[in-house]
Design a binder for this molecule. Structure first.
Ligand SMILES: Cc1cn([C@H]2C[C@H](O)[C@@H](COP(=O)(O)OP(=O)(O)OP(=O)(O)O)O2)c(=O)[nH]c1=O
Length: 198
C-alpha cells in the first residue's frame, strides 16, 4: 500500500496517525507494519523503552537495498510509570483518572534505518489535563477514541477538550515528531525541500 504514486520511505507502522502526519509533510510511504512484543523490560526507563521499540520496528521492517524504513513508538509516562494502550474500559478509566488534573509526559521515539545505518531520536513533551468526572470518562470510552491510544486519550480528537496545556511537540504527542523526523530522513538521503521544488 502507498500514499502516493512514488513512495520515498517504508513505514513500519500500522498507525493511521503516522501515515497522515507523513502525508502532511509530503512524504509518500509504503506501509509495512511489524508486530512486536511491546512489553517493557524489568526496570527499563521510559525513554530507553520507546527508543528500543522504534529501533526494533525500523530494523524489522527494513529490507536489504530497500527504501529507508521508519519506525516509531509513543508512551504516556506518569510519575515514571509507562502507560501504554488501554486493555479494556476499566483500564482506560483508571488511566484517565490518574492523568486528570495533573501533568504527564508523552515520549515518542522515531528511528530510521537506511544508508546511514540506524538513526533515532526521542522527543519528550508535557501535557496537562483538567479534572475529568466519571460521567465524562464513561462517555469518552464509548466514543471508541481511547482504545488504541497510549494513555487512553487523543489530543487530536475529542480528547482535546481535556487538554489545558502542552509544552513540546504536538505532532510527537499524536505519534511522530515531524521536525525531528524530517531531519532524520534528510540524513538518510530523503531531503524534504529539493524533492518538493524540483
Ligand atoms: C497520547 C496520544 C497517543 N496517540 C497514539 C499514537 C500511537 O499511534 C499510539 C501509541 O501506540 P504505538 O505503539 O506507539 O503505535 P501504534 O500501535 O498505533 O502503531 P505501530 O506500533 O504499528 O507504529 O497512541 C494519539 O494518537 N494521540 C495522543 O494524544
Amino acid at each position: 500500500m502507498s500514499t502516493s504514486s512514488s513512495p520515498c520511505i517504508c513505514l513500519a507502522s500500522a498507525s493511521p496517525r503516522r501515515r497522515e502526519l507523513l502525508a502532511g509533510i509530503k512524504v509518500g510511504v509504503e506501509v509495512r507494519p511489524v508486530d512486536l512484543d511491546e512489553t517493557p523490560f524489568d526496570g527499563e526507563a521510559p525513554e530507553a523503552y520507546v527508543t528500543r521499540l522504534a529501533c526494533q520496528k525500523a530494523s524489522a521492517g527494513h529490507q536489504p537495498d530497500g527504501l529507508p524504513t521508519l519506525g516509531a513508538d509513543t508512551a504516556v509516562v506518569r510519575n515514571g510509570e509507562i502507560l501504554g494502550k488501554p486493555a479494556d474500559a476499566e483500564h482506560a478509566a483508571a488511566m484517565l483518572r490518574s492523568l486528570a488534573g495533573g501533568t504527564h509526559e508523552v515520549m515518542t521515539a522515531v528511528a530510521v534505518c537506511g544508508p546511514a545505518g540506524l538513526l533515532s531520536t526521542c522527543v519528550r513533551s508535557r501535557v496537562t489535563l483538567r479534572e475529568i468526572d466519571e460521567a465524562e470518562i464513561v462517555a469518552y470510552w464509548r466514543t471508541g477514541e481511547p482504545a488504541d491510544k497510549a494513555g487512553g486519550y487523543a489530543i487530536q480528537g475529542l480528547g482535546a477538550v481535556f487538554v489545558t496545556h502542552l509544552e513540546g511537540s504536538y505532532s510527537a504527542v499524536v505519534g511522530l515528531p515531524l521536525c525531528e523526523t524530517a531531519d532524520l530522513l534528510s540524513r538518510q538521503g530523503v531531503p524534504l525541500w529539493n524533492r518538493l521544488v524540483s
